[in-house]
Structure formats: C-alpha cells, structure tokens
Design a protein around this ligand. Structure first.
Ligand SMILES: [Fe+2]
Ligand SMILES: [Fe+2]
Length: 181
C-alpha cells in the first residue's frame, strides 16, 4: 500500500461527507430553526464519521506516518507537532457537535413532544440552530486548513524524505491498524 495515497484517498472521502455539512450550514443560516429537521440527521452522520473514520485516519497519521517523518527530521517544532495538536482540536469540536446533538435529541425533542407551548418556546429560541451552525463552520474551517497543510506541506515532505522501504513500513503499519479494528 502507498500510505500517502491511502491518506489522500481518505481525505477525499471525508471531504465528500463534509460537503453535506457545508450544505447544512447554508441551510441553517438561511432557514434557522426551520432547517433543523432536515439538518439534524446530517449533523448526526458527520458527528459519527468524525468519531470513527476521521479518528482512525488521524491515528494512522499520528502512529504510523508522523513517527517515520520525525525519525528523519526530529520531533522538536516539526510540522508533525502542529498536526498532532490540530488532531486534538478537531476531535474536541466533534465531541461538542455530538454533545449538542445529544441535547437536542434527548433533551429538547422530548420537550417538543411534551406540548405545544414548549414547542413554541423552542421555536422562538433561535440559539440551537445558530450554535450548531457556528460549530459546524468551525469544524469545516479546521478541516480545510488542516487537510490543506497535510496535502501541501507534510505529505510531499514525507514523500521526498522517506525512502521506499520506510514508506512500505508505514503502509504495513497502517494495514495492521486496519486489521486490528
Ligand atoms: Fe491529520
Ligand atoms: Fe489527514
């Protein structure tokens, strides 16, 4: 397996799902609370993707690719340190998205069902749509910038720094992580 190509393929696959999130933000911005029924399942799906596919993707970089790059350039101040930090930041945003969805589904939806007055109160409160939209926008910005840095700086650097045998070892390490899932 070519580990760089594998990680790039995953970027493309993840970004195809993030395209749904971009549309959700537009919808929330244009229609506010009225967009929630259509948008909530999309946000839930993206939240799950971030917890599973994106988490595993970052783990492949953290545990397989970055150590190989760090072995050549050293760990201090290298771009891998910044990438590792961004992984944590991205995942904390995913956790916030999932928590907000949980509150909407488990706390606010039962309230909606409880009565018309509560429904009216919730509909009058535009906070949920706005906060979901703001968090989704932050996730999109983080991922655009993070994937951009990996694709323009880190991956080309890894490709020129690492010899074929090292790249094969990184590929094998990633395959082992996939098998161990
Ligand atoms: Fe990454
Ligand atoms: Fe990545």
């Amino acid at each position: 397996m070519d580990p760089i190509q594998h990680l790039l393929d995953e970027h493309r696959d993840i970004m195809a799902q993030i395209a749904d999130l971009r549309r959700a933000v537009v919808d929330l911005t244009e229609r506010g609370q009225a967009a929630l029924p259509a948008v909530l399942p999309v946000l839930a799906r993206v939240g799950r993707m971030m917890e599973t596919q994106l988490m595993l993707h970052a783990q492949k970089e953290d545990d397989a690719l970055f150590p190989a790059v760090e072995a050549v350039i050293g760990e201090d101040n290298g771009p891998t340190v910044a990438m590792r930090f961004e992984h944590q930041e991205i995942h904390s945003h995913g956790a916030l998205l999932r928590q907000t969805l949980y509150e909407l589904n488990e706390v606010e939806h039962p309230k909606i069902e409880a009565g018309r007055e509560r429904l009216k109160a919730l509909a009058a409160n535009g906070g949920s749509a706005a906060s979901l939209s703001a968090n989704a926008e932050e996730i999109i910005e983080l991922l655009d910038s993070h994937f951009g840095k990996e694709e323009q700086i880190l991956f080309p650097m890894a490709q020129s720094l690492l010899d074929d045998e090292t790249l094969r070892q990184v590929g094998r390490a990633i395959e082992q992580m996939l098998n161990g899932q």
